[in-house]
Ligand binder design. Structure first.
Ligand code: NAD
Length: 425
């Protein structure tokens, strides 16, 4: 099949943008039904980000698609060398339930921008959103038949993974991530795995505490803590611990007087109740777990809910050691005004991405690749990185015909070896 040219890709992305705009109210209603998201949160964190991403891609697509020349070494003279971005072919996108619209349609848009056809499997755990997404894609497919949706649960996902794909883009938990990678290995299919984990926050004694409390509360309790890059726990310097906790609790009162959203289902409600010891009826309320240590159940797995453990540490070295003794997190947030602390934490801790003096904002920037490392994922996307993720980089050397030095051809002589030594080594 002939890959989609620039105009076809543009047409497809424009059709997607128009479909999202047409179905906007249904998407917002579905996000309210599945996750209790307010219209503001649903637009700010899903529909708006998606439209912004599509717009950005449309503005840059022509440049991204252009083969780019790279310098050719003297040994290849005369030649021009180019890198061409070519689509992989058929892409499978498997999406989770926590940001069901954004995490389904953003990779779909990126895969189409790179010229691929896409089968999207939304999460069965956010059924209203999955239905609204299907309507959007059906609308888009009228203009561009290269996209389709398959609905279903784990069985459907397993059946899809039995097929041969040219690329698999999976967002979700690391357990299923391993299943995806094993299935992909059968056909040597490349994968992106956008996973999760326990993302730490380090609050240093030099931190601007009111802003730290405000921004941590925002990032943590958004979507009831069901955000892959939500702060999972806080390591706070002992000297500022009490003040920080008081400010944090005040911020929670200020920002979330009516709660913070809906926990997706009973299984997760029960899991969260077991982690915090709270009553089932209270698991949707923000909770600061103070006075616990690393052996607490909430410190043994990704929390993915509105529970925030706060653990005191003696100094920044202790915080760094704590983070480095655990799997590499998807995000790390550091609150400090001390540049030496900043340098040490950023230099000594490995993590997917993060912020200094803020939380989660790194994911909204087109120029920053978004993805995990180690246990938190493989590969990255957003902006140009999405286009590159869904493109094979094909290297081409275009040799001139007017000169053909004999150096590399047999028969080899001492003089040729001397010349080769000059070029290589
Ligand atoms: P989920 O349960 O909806 O699963 C994701 C996808 O995997 C779904 O399409 C589902 O049908 C499929 N699936 C489930 N079980 C399967 C199986 N046995 N075999 C094959 N496919 C299967 O979502 P989830 O995993 O609960 O999502 C939450 C997790 O995702 C958290 O760990 C979170 O940190 C992570 N996450 C990461 C990112 C990121 O961008 N890195 C974004 C959002 C969520």
């Amino acid at each position: 099949m002939q890959p989609l040219d620039y105009h076809a890709r543009r047409h497809a992305l424009t059709a997607l943008r128009q479909a999202v705009l047409r179905h906007q109210d249904a998407l917002l209603a579905a996000l309210a039904a599945d996750l209790g998201k307010s219209a503001t949160e649903a637009y700010m964190c899903e529909v708006g980000l998606l439209l912004d991403d599509i717009g950005y891609t449309l503005r840059h697509l022509r440049r991204w698609m252009r083969p780019h020349r790279v310098p050719a070494p003297l040994s290849s003279f005369p030649a021009t060398s180019r890198v061409m971005s070519e689509p992989y072919g058929r892409v499978l996108v498997m999406a989770p339930w926590n940001y069901p619209v954004l995490l389904s349609l953003q990779p779909l848009a990126g895969a189409v921008a790179a010229g691929n056809s896409v089968v999207l499997k939304p999460s069965e755990l956010a059924p209203a959103s999955a239905a609204a997404i299907e309507s959007v894609v059906a609308d888009m497919a009228k203009e561009c038949p290269c996209v389709s949706v398959v609905q279903g649960g784990a069985d459907t996902a397993s059946a899809l993974l039995e097929e041969q794909w040219d690329y698999i883009f999976y967002t979700g938990n690391p357990h299923v991530g391993r299943i995806v990678m094993q299935a992909a290995a059968r056909h040597l299919t490349p994968v992106t795995l956008e996973l999760g984990g326990k993302s730490p926050v380090i609050v240093d004694s030099s931190a601007h505490l009111p802003l730290a409390a405000r921004r941590i509360a925002f990032g943590k309790f958004l979507n009831a803590g069901q955000t892959c890059v939500a702060p999972d726990y806080v390591l706070v310097h002992r000297d500022v611990h009490d003040r920080f906790v008081a400010l944090l609790k005040a911020e929670i009162q200020r920002q979330f007087p009516d709660g913070c959203g809906r926990i997706i289902n009973d299984r997760h409600r029960q899991r969260l109740a077991a982690l915090s010891g709270a009553a089932l009826s209270d698991v949707e309320k923000p909770l600061v777990l103070d006075g616990i240590d690393a052996s607490h159940p909430a410190m043994q797995e990704e929390i993915f809910g509105p529970i925030l453990p706060v653990l005191p540490v003696g100094d920044v070295q202790q915080a760094i050691d704590f983070v480095n003794a655990r799997p590499k997190p998807l995000a790390l947030y550091l609150f400090t005004t001390d540049r030496h602390v900043r340098q040490r934490v950023l230099g000594e801790c490995s993590f997917g991405g993060g912020c200094v003096n803020d939380t989660i904002m790194h994911l909204s920037q087109h120029n920053l690749p978004f993805g995990g490392v180690g246990e938190s994922g493989i590969g990255a996307y957003h902006g140009r990185h999405t286009f590159d993720t869904f493109s094979h980089q094909k290297s081409v050397v275009d040799r001139g015909l007017w000169l053909d030095p004999s150096m590399r051809y047999r028969p080899y002589t001492g003089a040729k070896l001397k010349l080769i030594r000059r070029f290589l080594g």
